[in-house]
Design a protein. Structure first.
Length: 588
């Protein structure tokens, strides 16, 4: 059963006294590498017009980094050759050299995706051509293909998101996560109540497991398929490849598994006599408790109802048919759960574990419930907010007579954070269940960063004005909670990046020494937090000496030339454009 939790920042990693970023005019050493055969670019076809396609194509990074070898960068040119960026002895870009050419099994046609590259281990590469073929490459000395197949159907395109190798019983098992968007005409999922028919397009994740034989050849071991609405912001294999991690606005569910069949327990609304198929239940809350009511068409008996409530989950069955099941939005005291039955009405009362905490939903991510506002709660809220209403304008002065450091007028529309459901979730490859979940509701997704090759990428989420970096960790059987550790904070960056409307990539190096906002063209904005100050700099308000400040630097790119890819290393920032690669030496 999944356990819904919240990401609570470590206060030791926050700095409420951060003085902001000061513009620096110091020059950044740069190097430019031009090449003739430009970067291979793919645009969506006329049929690929949904938001999912727009997000998939517009945010693709055409510059690929080898996480096992820092500074090893690759891109694919218009001749479908994988080009490696060669560095000089002084660690500056020097030239490119072709390491492998993708076979043209299918000529590019409308509907195809872009090629992609991933590095599951020190000596392997996985390449997809965007037209349905997956290649496994041995790269010990030269790049040699050891497997080449259309893994999910003839000329059925997909994008490679992640890959990883695991040694099992002296065998190497390669796991790959590939993604494609599917229209309603192509759907394979049964028409259960949980599918929203208004979603014409869905995202499908295929989890491939391939095993290497003693001869060195590869064969397909298992294919697991997940489906959901929306394109996840984050998709990654867990180290050990027993689970996968996702960040999305709705849950993904396993729909098939070639080794371990998926057991689907349907919510059978039509057979359960629930009157309103859109809203299965109503719920009402106050500071201490929540009342949930269900109304059936016919009179029901006590022995026909089965309710299971734990501290973080709830399920209701009627005549052995599942009516409602899921993870609670917050925790409850399950020992105090009560329910009453009267004719065709069922009312369940649960006690909140944290008194005074108002819930956005009863079941996290569930749209079948309708909240009915408690009149006493509404009255109390109005009373609490009454002091904010006045016929006279409030002066912008605090009790000490000085201007406040922050006011709501500084916020803009771009600072609003999503209030709907969004979560970081862990899906188990054997049980097919969500075994861990952190709610991200109200927190803006920013970016992910690969800090170490052996771990899953860390995620960066906006918390208030800051940007907090969280590292998902491997869950053990003994763990009561799937661990996700707050490792670092980019002070005020959540607020700073919100106004950058033309941003395309947000990225940071593994050591988190800086963070960059890469626009679609023309500019890159660089932010560094702890730069020592030369001279005597003092805070105007407090008079205290400032020993270090955050620094902002502006990098001007070649004008009117789109940014196609970007990679941040501990020393340099690399920007890929159509016919050139720029290197900016950030840390000497």
């Amino acid at each position: 059963m999944k356990k819904l939790s919240e990401l609570r920042p470590d206060k030791r990693l926050l700095n409420p006294d951060f003085n902001g970023y000061k513009l620096s005019l110091a020059s950044i050493p740069s190097y430019n590498l031009a090449f003739d055969n430009g970067v291979d670019q793919v645009s969506p076809s006329d049929d690929q017009y949904s938001f999912l396609y727009a997000k998939l194509f517009s945010l693709h990074n055409y510059l690929f980094a080898d996480k096992w070898n820092e500074g090893n960068l690759y891109f694919i040119d218009k001749g479908w050759k994988i080009q490696k960026v060669v560095m000089s002895d002084s660690d500056a870009v020097e030239k490119i050299e072709a390491v492998w050419e993708i076979p043209s099994n299918h000529k590019r046609s409308p509907g195809h995706y872009f090629p992609s590259v991933s590095f599951p281990s020190q000596d392997l590469a996985v390449v997809t051509d965007g037209a349905g073929t997956l290649h496994i490459i041995s790269r010990n000395t030269t790049w040699e293909v050891t497997y080449s197949e259309e893994v999910i159907g003839k000329e059925k395109p997909f994008v490679l998101y992640d890959s990883s190798c695991v040694e099992n019983d002296s065998q190497c098992v390669l796991h790959c996560l590939i993604v494609h968007v599917e229209s309603e005409e192509d759907r394979t999922l049964s028409d259960s109540k949980e599918d929203d028919p208004s979603n014409r397009y869905v995202t499908v994740i295929d989890w491939l497991s391939l095993v290497q034989e003693s001869s060195g050849s590869w064969s397909m071991k298992n294919i697991r398929q997940l489906q959901g609405s929306g394109l996840p912001d984050y998709i990654s294999l867990e180290p050990g490849c027993k689970s996968i991690y996702l960040v999305n606005e709705s849950p993904f569910k396993f729909i098939s598994d070639s080794e371990n069949p998926v057991v689907v327990e349907k919510i059978e609304d039509k057979k359960s006599n629930i009157q309103d198929l859109e809203k299965l239940y109503k719920w009402q809350q106050n500071d201490e408790e929540i009342k949930v009511s269900f109304e059936f068409e016919n009179k029901i008996e006590k022995n026909e109802i089965k309710i299971t409530a734990t501290s973080d989950s709830f399920s209701l069955k009627y005549k052995d048919r599942l009516i409602l099941s899921g993870s609670l939005f917050h925790r409850i005291d399950n020992d105090l759960t009560l329910w009453t039955l009267q004719d065709n009405k069922l009312e369940v009362t649960v006690q909140k574990e944290e008194k005074g905490l108002m819930w956005r939903e009863f079941i996290a991510g569930d749209s079948h419930g309708e909240e009915v506002l408690d009149e006493h709660v509404v009255t109390e809220v109005h009373q609490r907010l009454s002091h904010l209403c006045s016929d006279t304008q409030v002066k912008d002065i605090d009790v000490c007579g000085s201007a406040p450091s922050f006011n709501m007028e500084q916020l803009e529309d771009c600072d609003s954070t999503p209030g709907e459901y969004k979560a970081l979730m862990r899906l188990d490859g054997v049980t097919h269940e969500i075994t861990g979940e952190y709610t991200l509701a109200g927190h803006q997704w920013l970016f992910s960063v690969q800090q170490t090759a052996s771990a899953a990428p860390a995620i960066c989420i906006r918390h208030d004005v800051d940007a907090c970096v969280w590292q998902p960790q491997v869950a053990t059987e003994a763990s009561a909670l799937w661990p996700c550790q707050h490792t670092s904070t980019f002070y005020a960056f959540g607020y700073v990046q919100a106004s950058k409307q033309n941003k395309k990539f947000l990225l940071s190096p593994p050591d988190l020494s800086y963070v960059a906002v890469c626009e679609a063209s023309n500019h890159v904005l660089l932010y560094r937090q702890a730069m020592p100050v030369d001279g005597d700099l003092r805070n105007r308000r407090t008079g205290g000496r400032v020993s270090e400040v955050g620094v902002q630097q502006l990098i001007k790119l070649e004008p009117n030339n789109l940014v196609l890819g970007a990679v941040a290393t501990n020393k340099s920032l690399f920007i890929l454009q159509e016919n050139s690669l720029q290197q900016y030496r950030i840390n000497q």
